[in-house]
Design a protein around this ligand. Structure first.
Ligand code: HEM
Length: 650
């Protein structure tokens, strides 16, 4: 008898939940039917937190179960489906399709024309900012806002990304990349050691660059220049030094906080404070410490600018200084609250934080991925080195010059390598949009007018559209003798899964493309809102149709740091390849002594084994936690002085 009441309550609750589930699914199904967009039905919302947690455990079993394993919904229900399936999912379900679920309906698209419409209709297709809510850690910012609030942030956060700031990015990237190379090859430059953590070093480089260009704080490289007394006197930060009033060094607080960011975002403060875990405690300390450093930097910039009545040009060169100077806070009657069009102190700190977050992993991963690809493609690497020799003519790095040297890099093979790396592995594989709160929207899909029903989530699939053969020059897939297709299901009849920077190179005799603008009024309106409307790629390279190449997104909410990142990536590649080559580590198959004794054929065989393994890892072991990168295993790499390579096959 005692059990009957709880049992009845349980049954009633389950029945109620089942009713909610079924009725929502049914309503969403009706919406999908009237939309005119091809759809499939899925029993779960793929971004549901519980599902995301359980999916890695359940998926291997579901994929073996008869009646389930072949269902299309299963293919698109894993957290990383777009990366696992690539363009294969769209070949099966269409370039634009909808998933009907018991929570939202979701449209996924790999169709350039659709992406272009959505990114240019900001009010109709806003960013679902609830996805980013937790990024307000240090203050409201441009990433987590929408509507008029976003416009206010964008107007102040966009102007700091000036050409002057890009000069700073260039110079700091050259400096930091030289230190990174010294760490790899030793101070004597002999090289020869194999590294399996180059991504950690690229992250450090990227953090150091953003620290300098963002806040004018130079960071020193452990074991390379962190004993440079002059730099330390001038205020540079070293991991070894913890300034008075702090419990952690500046660099360590920045990198620990960013690398444990998921924990910091998800865990409530009390849990991090009291749970007996050093990992959580350190994450919490890093979070507070970085906040303290940022406040100190803010205050010193603010005081310097106030003293000079905003005229101190040096203080305005970095991103934070430029934001302070146009925030309105320097006005005599300003308070700490945002005035009409300005930003408050906490908003400046919030934006400084998202610059770091948005800019460090994305750029670092692109550098790492480019190095993987170049190690797998020694012929392309040799052509890049030749191009670098032509551009810099043997000048020492201290004489490299942004105004003279960047454009030839951007418009040549180096630019093509960067673009192709971002085409094959876009750090942000799905760019989220929605029509939450903006009502039903008309859209042209596949040349036909359809309706996007109110409250639909939309995923712009960079990793899909950037492999869609409709938009990209392509050739046949790699032959079986050379290793066969890169992916078992996607683009089996062409080479779009392969890294081929040459697809970007136009006939050298062709006239450069004209800079075009579809709609002058729309361009002006966008620019007034701080949107960089310049194309993503140089006019000497292939120009994909609008919406087909979106590693930095497009339209109103496109990446603010695009040029920043491009400058950093190109400068870093130029430094590395001006003197060194990068090769795959082959230690799993042969040690140095054995390789030394090998003839050409044997070396090629061992290298091919390393290449197959590296390709497998890029294909199967990458995953997204904020951005896409290698999550399982390592790709060992070694650096060799140019001319002393072991595996430099054409
Ligand atoms: C290769 C490097 C980079 C890639 C691939 C990249 C990609 C992107 C993408 C796809 C978006 C749109 C995200 C969305 O709508 O959900 C975005 C936005 C943004 N990015 Fe980047 N990014 C890179 C580097 C940087 C850097 C270096 C910075 C700053 C220093 C930066 C700052 C931002 C900001 C502030 C936004 C938000 C813009 C807005 O919402 O108005 N990014 N980025």
């Amino acid at each position: 008898m005692k059990l009957i009441i709880p049992l009845l309550l349980f049954v009633a609750y389950t029945a109620y939940k089942t009713y909610l589930y079924a009725s929502k699914l049914y309503r969403n199904l009706l919406d999908a039917r009237r939309s005119g967009i091809p759809y499939i039905v899925a029993p779960v919302w793929p971004i549901n937190r519980l599902w995301l947690a359980l999916e890695p455990l359940l998926m291997p079993y579901l994929r073996k179960m008869p009646f389930i394993r072949d269902k299309p919904w299963l293919m698109v229900s894993s957290g990383d489906w777009i990366w696992q399936e690539r363009y294969g999912a769209f070949e099966k379900l269409g370039d634009t399709f909808m998933i009907v679920t018991p929570r939202y309906n979701a449209i996924y698209t790999a169709e350039a024309e659709v992406i272009n419409q959505i990114t240019t209709r900001r009010n109709d297709f806003p960013k679902p900012i609830q996805v980013y809510g937790t990024l307000d850690l240090y203050g409201k910012n441009v990433v987590t806002s929408e509507g008029s609030e976003w416009r206010r942030h964008r107007k102040i956060t966009s102007p700091p990304f000036t050409e002057k700031n890009n000069h700073l990015v260039w110079n700091e990237s050259l400096y930091q990349a030289s230190n990174m190379v010294t760490q790899w090859v030793g101070k004597d430059g002999k090289a020869g050691k194999t590294w399996d953590n180059i991504s950690t070093d690229a992250m450090r480089l990227s953090l150091h660059v953003i620290s300098r260009a963002g806040f004018n704080v130079r960071c020193l490289w452990p074991g390379v220049d962190d004993d440079d007394e002059q730099a330390l006197k001038e205020g540079a930060m070293s991991t070894a030094i913890i300034p008075e009033g702090h419990e952690m060094s500046y660099v360590e607080s920045m990198s620990t906080m960013l690398h444990r960011i998921i924990v910091v975002l998800i865990c409530p403060d009390w849990l991090m404070k009291y749970f007996p875990s050093d990992f959580l405690k350190k994450a919490r300390l890093a979070y507070f410490e970085w906040g303290r450093y940022m406040k100190e930097i803010y205050q010193s910039k603010f005081d310097a600018l106030k003293k000079s009545a905003g005229t101190n040009a040096d203080e305005k060169l970095d991103l934070m200084g430029a934001m302070i100077s146009s925030s309105g806070l320097l006005d005599d009657d300003a308070t700490k609250a945002p005035t009409g069009s300005g930003l408050s102190e906490s908003e400046i700190l919030g934006n400084s934080f998202v610059f770091m977050l948005a800019g460090h992993e994305t750029a670092a991963n692109t550098i790492t991925h480019a190095l993987y690809f170049l190690a797998m493609n020694p012929g392309t690497q040799q052509r890049l080195q030749k191009e670098i020799d032509d551009i810099f003519g043997g000048r020492p790095i201290s004489e490299w010059n942004y105004d003279r040297d960047l454009n030839p890099l951007f418009g040549g093979l180096a630019g093509a390598i960067m673009n192709e790396t971002l085409r094959v592995i876009p750090p942000v594989v799905i760019i989220p949009k929605s029509n939450f709160k903006s009502g039903d929207q008309k859209l042209t899909v596949g040349g036909k007018e359809v309706i996007v029903p109110d409250n639909t989530y939309i995923g712009l699939c960079a990793a899909g559209v950037q492999r869609n053969p409709k938009y990209w020059p392509h050739g046949p897939a790699r032959s079986a003798e050379d290793g066969g297709p890169m992916h078992p299901k996607s683009n089996l009849d062409n080479d779009l899964e392969e890294f081929k920077p040459e697809r970007w190179l136009l006939d050298p005799n062709a006239k450069p493309l004209e800079e075009t603008s579809d709609d002058e009024k729309a361009r002006k309106e966008a620019e007034a809102m701080g949107v960089n409307t310049a194309p993503d790629t140089a006019n000497t390279l292939f120009r994909p149709p609008k919406g087909a190449y979106v590693p930095f997104s497009e339209g109103y909410r496109a990446c603010l740091g695009r040029r920043f990142a491009q400058v950093e990536i190109l400068a870093t590649l130029a430094v590395i390849f001006s003197q060194y080559s990068v090769e795959l580590g082959v230690e799993d198959w042969a040690d140095d002594e054995e390789v030394e004794k090998m003839g050409e054929k044997e070396r090629k065989d061992v290298w091919l084994k390393a290449r197959t393994e590296a390709e497998r890892k890029v294909r199967d072991c990458m995953g997204t936690i904020i951005t896409l990168q290698l999550r399982k295993g390592k790709i060992p790499m070694r650096f060799a002085k140019r001319g002393e390579e072991k595996f430099m096959f054409a």
